[in-house]
Design a protein around this ligand. Structure first.
Ligand code: SF4
Length: 183
């Protein structure tokens, strides 16, 4: 075993012969964080960086994310990569609405995060104008390392999300502020 890996003992009372005690939030968070199913919503050059991230050198699948989904109904991580025009905003929101909870969004690159260099009448100045975003990845384009860093940041968010967050009044109010229907 590498000497960089240190093994620690669980706190007293949480483990014993044949059992290990934890809480449901942590177990579910761990499972969710390591089995995110991405929906790549790629409209331009940042999508090419994502292809590189998926390929063998960077191997996006190492993070449990190799099962791509091209249907929103079978995805829980929306990766928006590229310039999003204002005309496309409602379509992006419809895709988001078709995803089941819990769902997370990563804005990959300057265009998705803020409109990038395209400060023009036709380009949405950031996808957070139409849907909530969990992680923003900077860069034009971001390197694959940056995309991986963004995914690892999202994994930390997913791991630590309380189970009741999606039913909280604050979460519902946040969705309502985007005009997204909550039941
Ligand atoms: S951020 Fe740069 S590389 Fe990415 S879609 Fe926009 S212009 Fe292209």
């Amino acid at each position: 075993m590498s000497d960089k890996i240190k093994m620690v003992q669980p706190p007293p009372g949480l483990a014993g012969e044949g059992f290990y005690l934890t809480n449901v939030d942590k177990v579910i968070g761990l499972g969710r964080a390591n089995s995110l199913w991405p929906l790549p919503f790629a409209t331009s050059c940042c999508g090419i960086e994502y292809m590189a991230t998926m390929a063998s050198t960077y191997d996006f699948g190492r993070f449990g994310t190799e099962r791509l989904s091209f249907s929103p109904r079978q995805a829980d991580m929306l990766l928006v990569m590229g310039t999003i025009s204002k005309k496309m905003g409602p379509i992006l929101r419809q895709v988001y609405e078709q995803m089941a909870e819990p769902r997370w969004v990563v804005a990959v690159g300057a265009c998705a995060s803020s409109g990038g260099v395209f400060d023009t009448y036709s380009v949405l100045q950031g996808i957070d104008k139409v849907i909530p975003v969990d992680v923003y990845v900077p860069g034009c384009p971001p390197r694959p390392e940056q995309i991986l860093d963004g995914i690892m940041k999202l994994q930390e968010i997913v791991k630590n999300e309380p189970l009741n967050r999606r039913n909280s009044p604050e979460y519902k109010a946040m969705l309502a502020s985007y005009g997204i229907n909550v039941n």
